[in-house]
Design a protein around this ligand. Structure first.
Ligand SMILES: Nc1ncnc2c1ncn2[C@@H]1O[C@H](COP(=O)(O)OP(=O)(O)O)[C@@H](O)[C@H]1O
Ligand SMILES: [Mg+2]
Length: 362
């Protein structure tokens, strides 16, 4: 990104300070993120929001700004210094909007940089899993009195299982014979799990589990920690929209509890880490249990399986479509990812029955 342009964009925001220099923060996967150092006390995070992924950027920005304002109100009892580290603080542009649309049609937003913080790409120990669980649990708890119907659905049908199945069925029609043959076992497994993988969606549709404010991208790299590995703040709230608790719990577990990366081809290395599951769940429930119904709690383990499955079916669909959505390093990449996620489900199931782990007994 050209320095002059970045400076110009930064100066469209209401910060009454001067741009000194910038550094790209490369740990994100979706947006372009820059740390801006200034002549004043605060540093800022300037982000270009990926409008190819997000079709309604003004709606997205309104979502996250309103959720942050809500969190601020709920946490106003905290000392000011502490509060600044616990909630994302967005800076309005000079025109009053919380985003700026530049001459190239790119959307930008600005927030205050939270000092002395770190993010993790993977979870190496139970302490981090526990702290992560607390952070995402607290986020759900503090937003449980926010009317989710006021939020824009930034990616429609994102976690909708019927939608993912219909995309899968379509891909079966267009796939080459060769790909269909190679994926035969995986396709069978997907069909076999179809009913069970719709349970949470049916409960949502019947109103037995309620719509709430959910984060929808609860991987550990979207949690900010302090230098002592204590959780500070949930970040990357671009995907905040109405959802069910199971999306946030399940996706966190999917990304935290795989003993290998989701690209790992050697399936012997792909296992479900039950200790990290227990640690995350403990932190999560400590913070949010009081806001959940017994039905919501009962289906948390199934949420883990369901969110792993939804990635399996999405990878498999993309493989059958000839790799049109996810970036691939080689032609079988999506096939390997789907196989990886289905192995993770197998390992999850095996451990849950072997040890008879029940969530409320952890
Ligand atoms: N307010 C903030 N304070 C400190 N660091 C931040 C802040 N917001 C983002 N970051 C850093 O920038 C990285 C990318 O930001 P994120 O919002 O997660 O973007 P992406 O959507 O691309 O993942 C984060 O992983 C984190 O390291
Ligand atoms: Mg992120």
């Amino acid at each position: 990104m050209e320095l002059e342009h970045l400076k110009k964009v930064f100066n469209q925001f209401n910060h009454s300070t001067n741009f000194l220099n910038h550094k790209e923060l490369v740990s994100g996967h979706i947006n372009d993120t820059y740390l801006i150092e200034t002549s004043g006390d605060s540093k800022f995070v300037l982000q270009r929001i990926n409008h190819l992924v997000f079709k309604d950027v003004p709606g997205l920005v309104t979502n996250k700004v309103n959720v942050s304002k809500h969190l601020l109100t709920k946490l106003k009892h905290l000392p000011k210094n502490e509060l600044k580290r616990r909630v994302l603080s967005f800076v309005p542009a000079k025109n009053g909007d919380y985003y700026y649309n530049d001459i190239n049609g790119n959307y930008w937003n600005l927030m205050v940089f939270i000092e002395d913080s770190v993010t993790f790409e993977t979870v190496k120990n139970e302490e981090v899993a526990y702290e992560g669980g607390k952070l995402f649990g607290r986020f759900l708890n503090l937003t449980s009195d926010f009317d989710a119907s006021k939020l824009t659905e930034v990616i429609p049908k994102f976690h909708d299982m019927s939608f993912r199945f219909s995309q899968f069925e379509e891909s079966l029609k267009v796939a080459t014979k060769e790909r269909l043959t190679k994926a035969k076992d995986l396709i069978e497994k997907v069909h076999h799990l179809k009913e069970e993988m719709h349970i949470i969606q049916r409960l949502k549709e019947s109103g037995e589990i309620q719509l709430r404010v959910t984060h929808n991208d609860t991987k550990i790299s979207n949690a900010l920690f302090d230098k002592n590995n204590k959780g500070l703040c949930v970040i990357d709230t671009d995907t905040v929209m109405p959802g069910v608790v199971h999306y946030d719990f399940g996706d966190a577990i999917r990304t935290i509890c795989n003993t290998a990366s989701e690209d790992e081809k050697n399936l012997e290395l792909v296992n479900f880490n039950l200790d990290l599951y227990k640690a995350y769940t403990k932190g999560f429930l400590e913070e949010v249990e009081s806001a959940l119904t017994p039905t919501e709690i009962k289906y948390l383990p199934l949420a883990a399986k369901t969110m792993i499955f939804i990635m399996a079916i999405r990878f498999l669909t993309d493989y059958l479509n000839g790799n049109i959505y996810y970036k691939v390093a080689y032609p079988e990449h999506n096939f390997d990812r789907a196989k990886n996620q289905l192995k993770l489900i197998e390992s999850f199931e095996k451990q849950f029955t072997e040890t008879e782990v029940k969530i409320n007994k952890l």
